[in-house]
Design a protein around this ligand. Structure first.
Ligand code: FES
Length: 314
């Protein structure tokens, strides 16, 4: 027994830290980022609020909630990165081999800039729905991409100055910015794939497809948000008139508890970032969520309320 204790390996903080990237460690220590992050996020939200109803519609559009039903930012980012890649190749082919007219690179740069403006609008909108370490990563990602955008615009202006030397300077500047953009894109990929930003939070549960007890009718008073557990999923139950509705209680946007949200008519709003869903069928009405909430079938059997999904989620 004593021998066994001697062989026990104790995992130290240093060992774990050694395996983490320098960037991760730096982000953890960058608490100073939280204040400016909050200021920018609040300013963006205030901008949308100042626009009233159309502002909410625009915000949902840029998140991808309506009409796409899928996050818009990741799809749009392919446009600037593709444009800048073509620009980089065309510029240097034109300079070294005269294989292409110089205007090709400049045209690709313009496409890239336009795509980046659209990506920035969607990205800053999604940024308002991040928090904690995710926000810090998103701040760095957004800052890098904003600087790249400004440098690319400067490159475009340089290319239109009289004199060939300045055109070359424009190419040089945009080429350097291109590699910075690739690093920024790496951070964006980490935000999605490493940290789950804008990933459907109900994508990793199977859900119950067998009728499962969640209580009795008396547990669900009219208009009250009630949380229950059905298999591996928390369920939000809401009785409206003679109909008992049940949808997933975990907000598809970032996992907020919908049972702690607010009910207005047949719409529940998430307490974390105010996504709104219809409790009748789980359809998302307003973002930042872009995915609907899974909706359950409900029945009363032998005095018990039972729920099940029409089909497994995975
Ligand atoms: S967790 Fe963000 S809106 Fe629900």
């Amino acid at each position: 027994m004593a021998d066994k204790h001697k062989r026990t390996v104790v995992q130290s903080r240093e060992n774990i830290e050694r395996n983490r990237s320098a960037l991760d460690r730096w982000i953890d220590s960058a608490a100073w980022l939280d204040r400016p992050t909050k200021v920018v996020q609040d300013a963006i939200l205030k901008f949308y609020m100042a626009l009233g109803g159309p502002g909410q519609g625009l915000k949902s559009l840029l998140h991808g909630t309506k009409p796409l039903g899928h996050p818009l930012h990741p799809a749009l980012t392919a446009v600037p990165l593709g444009g800048f890649t073509v620009m980089f190749l065309a510029d240097w082919l034109a300079i070294f081999f005269r294989a292409l007219p110089p205007v090709v690179g400049t045209f690709a740069l313009i496409i890239g800039i336009l795509g980046m403006v659209a990506s920035a609008a969607t990205g800053y909108t999604d940024y308002t729905g991040t928090s904690g370490r995710q926000s810090r990563y998103a701040s760095i990602h957004g800052l890098i991409m904003t600087i790249v955008l400004l440098v690319m615009i400067a490159s475009l202006l340089l290319r239109y100055q009289p004199g060939g030397g300045l055109v070359f300077a424009g190419v040089l500047v945009s080429s350097l910015a291109y590699f910075v953009a690739l690093f920024g894109a790496f951070l964006g990929g980490h935000l999605s794939f490493g940290m789950g930003t804008m990933v459907n939070r109900n994508a990793f549960v199977e859900g119950v497809t067998n009728w499962t007890d969640v209580g009795s009718m008396a547990d669900f008073p009219e208009g009250k948000l009630v949380r229950a557990q059905a298999g591996d999923m928390p369920v939000l139950l809401v009785r409206l008139g003679d109909r008992l509705n049940a949808i997933a209680a975990t907000c598809s946007h970032a996992g907020g508890p919908l049972d702690e949200g607010k009910l207005k008519g047949d719409i529940v709003s998430c307490p974390w970032h105010s996504s709104r869903f219809y409790v009748v069928d789980g359809a998302v009405k307003d973002g930042p969520a872009t995915f609907d909430q899974p909706a359950f079938l409900v029945r009363e059997e032998n005095g018990k309320v039972q729920v099940r999904l029409p089909a497994p989620l995975r």
